[in-house]
Design a protein around this ligand. Structure first.
Ligand SMILES: Nc1ncnc2c1ncn2[C@@H]1O[C@H](COP(=O)(O)OP(=O)(O)OP(=O)(O)O)[C@@H](O)[C@H]1O
Ligand SMILES: [Mg+2]
Length: 279
């Protein structure tokens, strides 16, 4: 896992070897160990949200990394019928009934576990949140990414650190990009009040558009080829029925780069007033 400005991230293809536990979340993901020895939070193709959630995770994760944001490694996770047959828990709860997870290729988000003693949490109290190592860059970069991709969910992260590093701070990774591009719709219903992190202290450092540097020019300077590289490995079965829709999605994304600054200004002017220190 890294936040480097890599031109291209190699594609991770792994095979699930062990079911560990279900995770929280509406897509009902599962923690699974894979044959590279790592743990992954796996969202299945037939999850209760939408098949395109997997494509959204892949594309937004790649875009995030392309502009230098910290995201867990994303992987194509193969889950075989034998593993499913051996684990009754690998089912989705759908009200009164349940349905089995499908075999095949699914999306995995690598769990940031350096050792079994690592601490990985979804929420931090204010004092620890303020001390997060990459606080300003990750939240402001994420906001630019989310406005651009029209993330229709609130911003979500995981925080992690080794448990033996008593004095050390947490590092953060962006997770859950399932609702970028408006879930399965692949359109952009922009709203100035979307995509914010519920804890507003993370935006206290915003002084103006300049606070979102260097992410704005990084997004604005992406080429059509950069975007194509980010979708190249997406399995067609993650995209739903309509062929060609993925290409249309990245064309629209490419066009939207020009609106990004205005989208941030619209958020600043919204009733939520998320950036009280804007000058
Ligand atoms: N890479 C990761 N490392 C550690 N934990 C993770 C990772 N990805 C997801 N999680 C954990 O799994 C939970 C569910 O993931 P996520 O939020 O992506 O699922 P979801 O179904 O989209 O949830 P939602 O209900 O927000 O739609 C997260 O709250 C987080 O605790
Ligand atoms: Mg979530």
């Amino acid at each position: 896992m890294s936040a480097s400005l890599a031109a291209e991230t190699p594609t991770l293809r792994v095979v699930a070897t062990e079911f560990v536990r279900p995770m929280r979340g509406a897509s009902q993901p599962f923690l699974m160990r894979c044959d590279d020895g790592h743990l992954y939070v796996v969202k299945f193709r037939n999850n209760p949200q939408h098949v395109r959630v997997l494509a959204n995770e892949w594309l937004a994760g790649r875009l995030a990394r392309r502009i230098g944001l910290s995201v867990p490694d994303g992987a194509l996770v193969s889950v075989g019928p034998e593993l499913l047959a051996a684990n009754n828990a690998l089912r989705f709860q759908l009200g009164e009934r349940s349905a089995p997870c499908a075999a095949g290729i699914h999306f995995g988000s690598r769990f940031p576990q350096a050792s079994e003693y690592s601490l990985v949490v979804d929420f931090l109290p204010d004092r620890l949140l303020r001390g997060v190592r990459n606080l300003a860059e990750i939240f402001l970069g994420a906001f630019a990414l989310d406005k651009w991709t029209c993330n229709c969910d609130g911003r979500q992260l995981v925080f992690h650190r080794g448990s033996n590093q008593e004095a050390s701070t947490y590092a953060a990774f962006l997770i859950d990009h399932g609702f970028c591009f408006n879930d399965g719709e692949w359109n952009f219903p922009d709203s100035p009040v979307r995509s914010l992190y519920p804890r507003r202290l993370v935006y206290e450092g915003v002084r103006g558009l300049r606070s979102f540097e260097p992410y704005l020019p990084r997004i604005e300077n992406l080429t059509p080829g950069d975007l194509e590289n980010c979708v190249r490995e997406i399995p067609p079965e993650w995209c739903g029925q309509e062929t060609g829709s993925l290409m249309r999605l990245i064309e629209r994304l490419y066009e939207r780069r020009r609106r990004l600054r205005q989208l941030i200004i619209d958020a600043k002017n919204s009733s939520l007033r998320p950036f009280p220190n804007w000058e």
